[in-house]
Ligand binder design. Structure first.
Ligand SMILES: [Zn+2]
Length: 395
């Protein structure tokens, strides 16, 4: 068997017939222990021009990738392929899906140019959705709906899609100036579009099926339009309906009523969350007052408490406020992870909480401070926290 360099050029059967899925061919060379296969002619489309490669079988061996090497096409197979004549089969479901998306892209790009004068500067055929990037500053939902409607109008008219080979010097009316000279493969949608393209296309726009525009975004200084065509559009619309119907059941309402109901519920939820926060603060303040009542005043008449908390949060601060509100009071709380503390002192306690925390915590390598009544600090370790608490307790 000859090796790849010097392989004869591969005849591209898909250039002339996108619907050809079964063919016989001759293996002209193999590499990588028979897993990189070269054929004299192939209907397998290689990844190029934004369209992913075909899959299928060569001599019964699955094809996992197809690579365009300019003159030759390399078929990457799951196992070794034997030399000689081989029977090949292209996975039609995958190929036809690609034909629907790629032909849909030509149609959409032509419609965007016709309606908004914007050129297409990028195309990606994805596993779920495809995208085109168009030279526009912005595109709103109303314009997207108009583009979608026009594209589907052209689908319904079933405009013929044809392939011709023309010299670049004489080919006219192309949507995009050709990037190379010589013979061009031109894909035309009757009365709508003429584009130089090596991709596989449907024979009439009706086969594209429904065209749905999805998300609009930004890309490369332009607008990125997500779209799905054909069976993908039907699958997507079905999934959208199922999701909406599920929401409708949750709201006990018709799907069309769910956006307004969801907005109303969100507003109600925000209001109740606000009320819960207010009640939690009130409860914490009362808990502080309760602790105050239970604390026994020392010789100087000052009540002290020492609490452990999960976090330095609003609730802890409210508890501290509730405690010192009684007067002649000092409230100290620790948080283990990360090591931190809170000190609150009533105005008549003779303690400036901010100054006390700042001097003790800073000396132990931590950070902290606050007002005369309420201060908090963080410490580098549990040992430092213990040392800080030992000092602050003696205030
Ligand atoms: Zn194309």
């Amino acid at each position: 068997m000859g090796l790849s360099p010097g392989n004869p050029a591969t005849e591209r059967l898909y250039y002339h017939d996108s619907y050809l899925t079964e063919f016989t061919s001759r293996v002209t060379g193999v590499r990588d222990k028979g897993r990189r296969v070269y054929l004299d002619r192939t209907a397998f489309y290689p990844t190029s021009g934004g369209q992913p490669h075909d899959t299928g079988t060569i001599g019964g061996v699955p094809v996992v990738d197809v690579v365009d090497e300019e003159d030759c096409i390399a078929h990457i197979t799951a196992g070794p392929v034997s030399p000689g004549e081989v029977f090949c089969r292209v996975d039609w479901e995958r190929r036809f899906d690609h034909m629907q998306q790629h032909s849909g892209q030509h149609l959409l790009s032509a419609v965007v140019l016709e309606m908004l004068g914007a050129r297409t500067i990028g195309f990606h055929l994805g596993a779920e959705v495809s995208t085109i990037d168009v030279e526009l500053a912005s595109l709103d939902a109303r314009q997207a709906a108009e583009i979608e409607r026009r594209a589907n109008q052209l689908v319904i008219e079933n405009r013929p899609v044809t392939v011709s080979f023309e010299d670049s010097s004489s080919a006219s009316g192309l949507r995009k100036a050709p990037q190379r000279g010589g013979l061009l493969r031109i894909v035309s949608i009757e009365g709508v579009d003429r584009s130089a393209c090596g991709g596989t296309h449907v024979r009439g726009t009706a086969e594209i099926g429904p065209v749905l525009l999805r998300r609009l975004g930004k890309a490369h200084g332009g607008v990125r339009i997500e779209f799905v065509c054909g069976f993908r559009a039907i699958r997507r619309a079905r999934a959208d309906f199922e999701n909406l119907a599920q929401l409708g059941r949750l709201f006990s309402a018709a799907p069309d009523e769910t956006p307004a109901l969801a907005a109303a519920q969100q507003k109600a939820l925000e209001a109740s969350e606000k009320a819960v926060r207010k009640l939690a603060a009130e409860l914490a303040r009362l808990r502080g007052a309760e602790l105050y009542r239970a604390a026994i005043p020392d010789a100087a008449g000052v009540r002290r408490t020492m609490q452990t908390a999960a976090a330095l949060d609003d609730e802890l601060r409210a508890t501290a406020q509730g405690f010192i509100a009684g007067g002649k009071a000092v409230f100290l709380a620790t948080v283990e992870d990360p090591p931190a503390l809170l000190l609150a002192a009533s105005a008549d306690s003779g303690i400036h909480a901010g100054n006390a925390v700042k001097s003790v915590v800073t000396a132990l390598g931590g950070r902290g401070g606050g007002s005369a009544q309420m201060a908090q600090g963080s410490l580098p370790s549990r040992e430092a926290l213990a040392a800080a608490i030992a000092q602050l307790k003696t205030l």
